[in-house]
Design a protein around this ligand. Structure first.
Ligand code: FES
Length: 72
């Protein structure tokens, strides 16, 4: 319970896409409701369209998708 809460807090605080300030919680929510490619997550959240054009956030998003698909 406490670990889950800590993870939720960290997910809200941690920016996956720093250019657009998109938190990990938003990325995870998009993945949970069916965005299973980086492009789909980008469309749903606005990630990957900042100054670096996804250079920094694409690998992190792909990792979150892979983790989701492995665990579900
Ligand atoms: S970190 Fe996502 S577009 Fe730059």
């Amino acid at each position: 319970m406490e670990n889950n809460l800590n993870e939720q807090i960290l997910d809200k605080l941690t920016k996956v896409c720093t250019c657009k300030a998109i938190p990990r919680s938003k990325i995870k929510d998009a993945i949970k409701v069916g965005a299973h490619t980086v492009e789909e997550v980008s469309k749903a959240t606005g990630a990957c369209i900042g100054g670096c054009r996804g250079y920094r956030c694409t690998p992190k998003i792909q990792q979150l998708i892979d983790e989701h698909l492995k665990n579900n």
